[in-house]
Design a protein around this ligand. Sequence first.
Ligand SMILES: Nc1nc2c(ncn2[C@@H]2O[C@H](COP(=O)(O)OP(=O)(O)OP(=O)(O)O)[C@@H](O)[C@H]2O)c(=O)[nH]1
Length: 689
Amino acid sequence: MAHIDAGKTTTTERILFYTGASYKVGEVHDGTTTTDSTDQERERGITISSAAVTCHWTLDGVDYPLTLIDTPGHVDFTVEVERCLRVLDGAVTVFDGVAGVEPQSETVWRQADRYGVPRICFVNKLDRAGADFARCVDMIGTRLGAVPLVLHLPIGAEAGFAGVVDVVGFRALTWPAEAKLGERYDTAAVPAALVPAAEAARARLLETLADHDEAFLELYLGDVEPTEAQIHDAVRRATLASGRADVPTVTPVLCGTAFKNKGVQPLLDAVARYLPSPLDRGTVEGHAVDDEDTVVLRRPDDAEPFAALAFKVATDRHLGKLTFLRVYAGRIAAGDQVRNPLRSARERIGKVYRMHADKREDVASAGAGDIVAVMGLRSTTTGETLCDPAHPLVLEAMDFPTPVLEVAVEPASQADQEKLGTAIQRLAEEDPSFHVQTEPESGQTILSGMGELHLEVLVDRMRREFGVAANVGRPRVAYRETLQAAVGKVEFVYKKQNGGKGQYAKVLIAVEPLADEHYEFVNRVVGGRVPRDFVPSVDEGCQAAMELGVLAGYPLTGVRVTLLDGDFHAVDSSEMAFRIAGQSAFREAARLASPVLLEPLMLVEVTTPETYLGEVNGDISARRGHVRAIEDRPGTKLVSAVVPLAEMFGYVGDLRSRTSGRASFTMKFDSYAPVPRQIAEAVVAGSTR
Ligand SMILES: Nc1nc2c(ncn2[C@@H]2O[C@H](COP(=O)(O)OP(=O)(O)OP(=O)(O)O)[C@@H](O)[C@H]2O)c(=O)[nH]1
């Protein structure tokens, strides 16, 4: 995981080559990498969907099977990172040795904290001019709040970077020029000039370990110098004990240059040595299907009942739909029936594949700890649990952030409309971070996603992979609506009598705003005045009304609806009648409950030379933004501000011209907030919904 362009894909290519999983080294700029396998990824040179590739690494004669997932760095694809972290046991964070800890590295670091994933840091690109290992280590401490365990020091710098000093083994590892792909390295004594620095680094390492590991403290205080194996063990214990939010993350730090093929084998040694296996990660926690408070535990053991999480759905050109599973407990084999408790569905496992760099291996079964792809699942989508039908449970779901930008899509013909339907269904299965809404009046389909790049990629895939011809509007802000007041009682009677069977339903509801974006439906009807079977229809009606909003056609969120009372007719009442009554009652109630328009606010981080600081801040204010903090960075300033997304269109170009191209920025979603009245009026008036 890393900030965009830190070199994850480049490092992954080397890992696959050195582990023997692939016979060549692909390059991002040639479009020949293994994990960036879609046309989109190769053309754009960025990783969109993370591939899961299984390979093997041998350390001290022991075989370590590893499944590697390369995650995307661009902020629009944070969800993809999120779902990978959810199922990973450990992570390697790659940093650009010149840029150090960048904003997106911080974001993914916090995500890893959330899922308690222990991690190793790899400071990459030390061959580049301006690379500074010590500064990067410093930033790992200050920006990420982590405790770095420096295990390597660079030998040489920039173009002269030749290898690393292994601080634990006290030796120099250098990559000879004749080994073009870095396939082997030489081991020698630490060069004399580097001995003082290496000794200091070693002393600091042992001291830090003693601070964070009780067992090592005893050794440290003893008279005998700890052995290499004892130090490795202590690094491992300290790494595994961290990764939670309540303790500082202790993290081994290594360095190299993936592009120049230096430093990757020791990184693999470190993965095998220090990162946890599924057994180290231990028991996984879920809850009972019908009761979220009843905890269900599963040990990572083939003998336990089957439990797995679907973390990715992909469409393979030859095989069709593939679902990637992380198996936490039990075994599954091709032909087995499993259950998806969220959809109350049975699913049949068609085939089980282990994915390698350039081929897939058809395996008979998969067990606890495995990451595999299976064929044959129909209804399971990303983030859902699969389990033994006789021992159901639901594993902790993933949080998906809110889509903030949308585009309207108008298919060119009826045939394209149908293709669009298929495309949306497929893409939604793969990517839970985009939403689809059909606008009833204009018939437009509205896609909302995490950012311009995300929507561009979705639309591009729709066209290329599914052959949809469509007019696509310009990206615009995905506003929302919410309520500001509670309304105690609103009654609606739906009644129709034209000839034969009539329609009758009466509901009395109350609505009130909720602090978060959730929706709750509470049934308070007594005495069967709304028969049980019809209550879910009222709920559905309210939800349908919420989708369409009451101000400007934007989805309404953050509401509790209470069904207070109602009435029915023995013959004329139906689910449909109660649905319509619920929908109409909700619409009326919401109009009375001071609805407001909400807009997404973005956290914008601008790195700028000090000379342009005034210019940058002034521009942020002009965009209705607020500066939250200004921090010093070596030679530059880092401005953190919150700015409405609606004011951020064209910012890339503006910032460039205001700062002669010297400033850069990143942004990510922060929160939704009410739109100022005058602006809201313009949005409502201009809405085509
Ligand atoms: N000089 C130098 N360039 C590198 C190194 N590692 C990667 N690069 C280059 O940096 C660019 C980005 O590398 P990627 O491997 O695509 O980075 P990434 O982190 O996978 O990027 P995303 O997948 O888009 O997030 C490519 O042009 C690489 O060739 C390195 O060690 N040294």
